[in-house]
Ligand binder design. Structure first.
Ligand code: ZN
Length: 134
């Protein structure tokens, strides 16, 4: 069963400080800055920048026990995840799980912009944290 794909949605970059990186992406490269969104459930805030195609999200932890804090402690600033937009997230999750792919989220949850999202475990994807979203 083929799932309909709606493109690369965004790339998430973990940063210790949005302020320290925003000027480069916004002013020097020239991406359109759409604002900063707080995602309380994940204990982060994200600066959203539009490339005209996929977005770039600079993700900064808001607490010391945020998953992004743990990522930054281990790896420092860097690529955190890529997100692929799909037409039917439940169907994609079903396909993945039917093939034995390890999921972080076995059911969609609500992420930024009120989208349904689910993360695939990086052990199943060649080391990259992959988000699917609808
Ligand atoms: Zn994301």
């Amino acid at each position: 069963m083929a799932n309909k794909i709606n493109g690369l949605d965004h790339i998430g970059i973990a940063v210790k400080s949005i302020d320290a990186q925003l000027r480069l992406y916004k002013d020097l490269i020239g991406l359109e800055f759409e604002g900063i969104e707080e995602i309380a459930e994940q204990k982060v805030k994200a600066a959203i920048l539009d490339t005209g195609d996929a977005k770039i999200e600079l993700i900064e932890p808001t607490t010391d026990d945020s998953p992004i804090s743990k990522f930054l402690d281990k790896k420092g600033d860097g690529l955190h995840h890529i997100a692929i937009a799909v037409e039917n997230i439940e169907s994609v999750i079903e396909n993945l799980m039917a093939s034995g792919v390890r999921m972080i989220d076995e059911k969609p949850r609500i992420g930024a912009h009120n989208k349904k999202i689910a993360f695939i475990h990086p052990k199943a994807t060649g080391g990259i944290l992959v988000e699917i979203c609808e």
